[in-house]
Structures are given as C-alpha cells and as structure tokens.
Design a protein around this ligand. Structure first.
Ligand code: SAM
Length: 251
C-alpha cells in the first residue's frame, strides 16, 4: 500500500493497530469521518495508535456510525523534536488552557503537566478534573492528527505546583518570570531534556518563584512586555524549538 501524502486524513486509533487486521471505529470518531470529512469506501487514510509510526489504510466500509478500516504496512515515520520539553503550565481559564494544550502539542512538547498555583482561578478536583483531563487528551489527539505527530504527549492529571516541584527533574529547568534578568535568548543548553514552568493569568507569587529556584528552575524573561499566559508558553516553546530543537529545520 503506498504511503499516503500528509494531506491525507489522519486518524488516531486508541487500540493497538496490526497490519492486515481490519478494525472498526464507532462513536464520535466514525461520525467525524463519515459526516464531517465524508470518507467513503476505497478512500485512503493514515492511522496511528500513539506507539510510534503510522499505517496507511483503506476505508473498507462505512455503515451508520461505524467505519471499517484495513491498515497496511507499518511506516516508522517520526517527527519528534530532539529537544524534549516538559511543559508545566499553571492552569488558566477553559479555552486558554485548551489553546495551550493544542498549540504546545503542535510545537512538539513531550509532556504537559497542568498545575494549580496560589493565584489559580481554576481548581480541578474529582469528577471535574477527570472530565477536563479526558477533554485535554482529545485535544492532544486532534492536534497530533492535524500536525502529523505519531506519538502523543501525555497530559498529567492536574496537581498542585508544590507537589510537582517535589519531583526529581533531569536536564535543564526554566521558569518564565516577568521579573527575570536573564533573557530566554541568552540561554545555553547542555542537555536535550528541558522542563519549562509557566504561570497562570495571575502569575507566580514570590514564594513560588523561590520554591522553583530551590528546585533548580532558572528564571528567564521573554522581554519587556507582559504576555498572556498562553502567549508566553507558546512563544517560549517556539523560541526553544528554534534554538535547540527542529523548528528551523526543513520538513
Ligand atoms: N502580573 C503577572 C506577573 O507579572 O507575573 C502577570 C502574569 S502573566 C499574564 C502569566 C505568566 O506568563 C507569568 O507568570 C510568566 O510565567 C509568563 N510571562 C508573561 N510575560 C512574560 C515575560 N515578559 N517574561 C517572562 N515570563 C512572562
């Protein structure tokens, strides 16, 4: 089966894909494929299951709310950045956080850790936290379908900043801080592993900046203007991927 071009519809399949073994998709996925993207029997699509690589596939049958697909040979296509960024993001209001999760995925972060901070307006617990987590997972899946990534960055369960800062970190650690004297552009990285901490709408308290500094996070600035949290996260990731990752490489 020929490898499909990037404009071909890409579909994330939550179950493990096996070449030559037909699979059915139902529910929202099938609805989206049949009613929105209007795929028909014989169409070529690309499937991926998040374990690396992808499978060119053929739509065998579309029934009401169900689609049968036949995956071909595994292709190990890999578009992961050599710079492995874990984003620890202060949780912001609904659509802002969704925006960060979607765009950070497109920009190649390897892991997203949403955190509650002292100034967080949003605090997620119990069923609400689970629902929001599932919602973010779907955003990541959609972003990977769109941007061509075959490995999904995991989104951790929402946690308090101090408990996350209690973890042991490898590699470089940065905290975006509006009062930092070092510019993100003057950094040197010795390690392809990097953790980036970004504050929510209200920013960090002095105590949180102190705690992060004691955990090895270096405060860095993004210039003289105060950016919204989502702008700050994405600008920083884009700068880091340009300087140390793959954003300036040819496709
Ligand atoms: N009054 C808050 C302050 O000064 O920290 C504003 C917070 S800002 C809307 C949200 C987050 O984005 C900040 O906590 C920081 O992590 C990041 N941020 C925004 N602009 C920044 C800048 N110019 N330099 C570094 N970080 C910035």
């Amino acid at each position: 089966m020929p490898n499909a071009p990037m404009s071909t519809t890409r579909v994330y399949v939550p179950d493990r894909i096996r070449s030559g073994q037909a699979l059915w998709l139902d529910g929202e996925k099938a609805h989206h494929l049949v009613r929105v993207l209007r795929v028909r029997g014989g169409d070529a699509v690309v499937l991926f299951d998040g374990h690396g690589g992808e499978y060119p596939a053929v739509v065998e049958e579309t029934a009401r709310q169900r689609v049968r697909l036949l995956p071909g040979l595994h292709s190990p296509r890999d578009v992961e950045s050599p710079l492995r960024i874990r984003l620890i993001q202060g949780i912001s209001r609904g659509e802002r956080m969704d925006f960060v999760v979607q765009k950070a995925t497109e920009l190649g972060v390897r892991r997203i850790s949403p955190v509650h901070t002292a100034s967080s307006v949003v605090r997620l617990k119990g069923e609400r936290a689970e629902k929001r987590g599932a919602h973010w997972d779907r955003i990541v899946q959609g972003a990977c379908e769109q941007c061509g990534r075959n490995i999904l960055p995991p989104v951790d369960a929402a946690a308090d900043l101090d408990s996350v800062l209690g973890e042991s970190f490898g590699g470089s650690r940065l905290i975006l801080h509006t009062g930092a004297t070092q510019s993100i552009g003057s950094l040197r990285l010795a390690d392809p592993e990097l953790t980036l901490l970004v504050g929510p709408e209200g920013g960090f308290t002095e105590a949180e900046i102190g705690l992060a500094s004691r955990s090895g996070f270096v405060p860095v600035s993004l210039g003289p203007r105060i950016l919204r949290t989502e702008t700050a996260a994405l600008a920083a990731i884009a700068i880091l991927q340009s300087r140390f990752g793959d954003l300036l490489q040819p496709a």
